[in-house]
Design a protein around this ligand. Structure first.
Ligand code: BEZ
Length: 211
């Protein structure tokens, strides 16, 4: 059965370009992103892994570890990483799983047989420090992912895990957020001391609480 939001993120042991890992141990208390790549030496994946390396500081600032999956072997990964570093002007130093037995791809439902019986789609799993799946986004192999959106989702997940708010359309870190419908109007002032705006009884904004 496929994984859904709120499910436990399955643990696994895997060989990676940075050594053997136990997924949960490797995550420790960090947030995690586990994302799949259809195959090594493919152009779109090359740009995505390059972007991930370029965003190292942005992920670190968010205390978020990134782990890539590709169903090729380690030797292939090492050769490909050299190409990624050369062509994307970066230094890939996060792990890429050698998932040639498709163990991780199967556990995380990354192969969609009607798209391809052997290559993974582009899945992104966002995992919280308690090892729960908090968000999933999925693209076909032909569509490269938007890493600004991936960082934006991390910002929203971390904010909404710590504060009783939701983030509106196209929200970016620092902008006003939504007071959830479950909060009674008579409680709003005490719970949102930075102030609030009522547009409709169900549409209420407040400044981002942690800014
Ligand atoms: C790519 O990563 O470039 C790619 C992989 C499979 C199909 C199309 C593009």
């Amino acid at each position: 059965m496929s994984l859904r939001i709120g499910d436990d993120a399955p643990n696994f042991k895997a060989r990676t370009t940075e050594g053997e890992i136990d997924f949960h141990q490797w995550l420790g208390n960090s947030w995690g992103i586990l994302y799949s790549h259809p195959a090594d030496y493919t152009p779109v994946c090359t740009t995505e892994l390059g972007r991930t390396a370029q965003l190292k500081e942005d992920f670190a600032k968010r205390k978020t570890k990134v782990l890539a999956v590709s169903v090729d072997d380690l030797d292939s990964h090492y050769g490909w990483v050299k190409d990624i570093n050369e062509t994307q002007n970066c230094n890939v130093d996060f792990p890429i799983i050698a998932d040639n037995d498709k163990n991780v791809a199967t556990l995380y439902n990354m192969i969609h047989p009607n798209a391809s019986t052997s290559a993974t789609v582009r899945s992104v799993y966002f995992i919280s420090p308690d090892k729960k799946v908090q968000a999933i986004i999925t693209y076909p192999a032909s569509t490269g992912r938007n890493f600004s959106e991936i960082l934006r989702v991390v910002d929203s997940l971390k904010l909404t895990a710590e504060h009783n708010v939701a983030t509106p359309v196209d929200w970016e870190d620092g902008q006003d957020v939504i007071i959830p419908p479950g909060v009674r109007q008579e409680d709003v002032e005490a719970k949102y001391p930075k102030g609030h705006r009522v547009i409709k009884p169900y549409l209420r904004y407040t400044p981002q609480p942690n800014k």
